[in-house]
Write a protein that binds this ligand. Sequence first.
Ligand code: ATP
Length: 270
Amino acid sequence: SKASLFDTDNKVKISFKDVAGLEEAKEELNEIVEFLKKPEKFTELGGKIPKGALLVGPPGTGKTLMAKAVAGEASVPFFSLSGSDFVEMFVGVGAARVRDLFKQAKEKAPCIIFIDEIDAVGRSRGKGGMPGGNDERENTLNSLLVEMDGFGSDAGIIIIAATNRPDVLDQALLRPGRFDRQISVDAPDINGREAIFKVHMRPLKLNDKVDAKKLATQTPGFAGAEIANVCNEAALLAARRGKKSIEMQDFMDAIDREIGGLEKKNKLIS
Ligand code: ATP
């Protein structure tokens, strides 16, 4: 909603065990968890704690979830905003929001700032974009760069940004001291999908014959977001059918619905 452009969530309950697969990304992000928990341990020898990390991967693969899990693991507040919120903003508003967010974050540090869809503001300056809308986007990007440079690496603020278009990002964002670490959050393979099914099955009442491995084979190309939908849809279908537990058939029907939905979406795009 536009009412709260950035959400602040001081009690993040999500942890790495809510994120299935993505072991390498978790390992890299665990370093950030340690920086947030024990900064002295790292600055003692004169090292500078990184300010930002960029999560790169296709939509729905768990980038937001992962950023929240970092905050949850480190028990620090989570501030977030989305680059797409800034696209149609009035002059000066985007930059003011960025300043405001950093001001709040400094007061609550140590904390995480998450910027989803950073490419919407962080697209290379002077290239492409919408005519007319460009200036404000550039202002917003500039204020982001100014804010990032404006605090020391000992401030206890780590900015995690997400994008599926790292290729269009302004090089200024990728410079040392900014988003100089890139972490890939890839689409899940068959084992990843099985693990994601298992995470989302945890709260569900399942029939004994439900087989996550088999469901993983039936869902090539699905990202975590789609698998989460399937699990919820299967639960609703089974309930509508008056069942006491969710059966394989409910999952298979939910998969068909999800594929139908995806096909519709693709038709609208193409
Ligand atoms: P987008 O780029 O479209 O914003 P994203 O990469 O940020 O997507 P999330 O919003 O984190 O994706 O994922 C959406 C939902 O899909 C999550 O809230 C979660 O329920 C589920 N999900 C995605 N990936 C995973 C995963 N690896 N493990 C468990 N659940 C996942």
